[in-house]
Design a protein around this ligand. Structure first.
Ligand SMILES: [Mn+2]
Length: 338
């Protein structure tokens, strides 16, 4: 177990919800880590803590990737409006990430946060119960350790759910450390078949997503910052999928922005060599800053992050993003002729 003291404190912290009604929330859009952890935690709460009602929701709307996992797990989204009881927030490093559900903080002592991002955790209201450790690479591993502490026997579906979170939060295991890999091996013993399971989550690229990716590529502006290729583009939907696809075209860092109900959504991705060599963290150094400057919020991981900007137009947001990147990377950005 990575951190027994932390897990024991979590196990005890959850005594609070014994026999109570609980609603579980992920961060906006959800991702495999938050959904996989929610699925398994729901079962643990029902069986070990005897919760009387356990609801689940994803703020904003589930992303396409999230929907495939929800279907596989047969996990339904509940209406938690007006829920009275406890709330557990998973994998959301700051309160803004639960979007429209800010009302749950009217009773902060009934809110429990379980997470592995520590940078903005101080922005949660006082009296919210925090169980946060950045020693962990995923919330799914925290829930795995909790199951181990409680002697809870995971079934195959729960093992798959946790595997999904660890797999994606460690960028397909490429940055997985010894502890994450140990858990992956334990999960494999529970019957996870990675090839079969991952193909279910990954084969479905909708036609609309293909169109968005291709448009993003045709509209992109290419910049050079020192030895790095940075691309910026605008696209109406699937911003994160577009940014990701531009990395496979050859960009070191890709930024895709587009209008959403929330204002301008900016997704960014970087290849790992750049993250390591330049010690840049897109979540902390770029998305958080950008969101803050344009009246919104942002965050994420070193190699994958997102900002929501409520003020400003796409062009000024993208050029500020480029400025932040060049400051951080220590050279000027030059536009390449196309
Ligand atoms: Mn996570």
């Amino acid at each position: 177990m990575r951190d027994r003291e932390f897990i024991e404190f979590l196990g005890k912290g959850l005594y609070l919800v014994r026999g109570e009604a609980v609603a579980i929330l992920t961060h906006a859009g959800g991702d495999p880590d938050s959904i996989g952890a929610s699925y398994t935690l729901i079962n643990i709460l029902k069986k070990i803590y005897g919760t009387k009602r356990t609801l689940f929701t994803i703020p904003s709307r589930p992303s396409t990737h999230s929907k495939a996992l929800l279907n596989h797990l047969n996990l339904m989204i509940d209406d938690i409006e007006g829920h009275e009881g406890y709330f557990i927030i998973l994998d959301a490093g700051s309160p803004e990430q639960i979007e429209e559900y800010q009302w749950i903080f009217s009773n902060p002592e009934k809110v429990i946060v379980i997470d592995h991002h520590t940078t903005s955790i101080g922005s949660y209201p006082e009296n919210v119960r925090l169980h946060v450790s950045d020693e962990y690479q995923s919330v799914c591993e925290i829930i795995y350790d909790l199951a181990e502490l409680l002697n809870y026997e995971l079934n195959t579906l729960e093992a798959e759910a946790l595997f999904a979170g660890i797999y994606y939060d460690t960028v397909r295991l490429s940055v997985a450390d010894k502890s994450s890999l140990r858990v992956v091996c334990r999960l494999a013993e529970k019957g996870v078949n990675p090839v079969e399971f991952l193909s279910k989550l990954e084969t479905k690229i909708e036609l609309s997503e293909r169109i968005a990716r291709l448009k993003a590529a045709s509209r992109m502006k290419i910049y050079r910052i020192g030895e790095l290729m940075i691309v910026l583009t605008r696209v109406g939907s699937y911003q994160s999928s577009c940014a990701r696809s531009l990395l496979s075209l050859g960009a070191h860092i890709a930024v895709a922005a587009g209008e959403s109900d929330e204002g301008v959504e900016v997704s960014m991705r970087a290849v790992n060599e750049v993250i390591e060599k330049y010690e840049i963290d897109l979540g902390k150094d770029v998305a958080e800053k950008l969101g803050g400057e344009f009246g919104g919020h942002g965050g994420g991981h070193a190699a994958a992050a997102r900002a929501y900007c409520r003020e400003g137009d796409i062009d000024s947001i993208l050029s500020r993003c480029l400025e932040i990147l060049s400051e951080k990377l220590g050279s000027r950005a030059e536009l390449m002729e196309t």
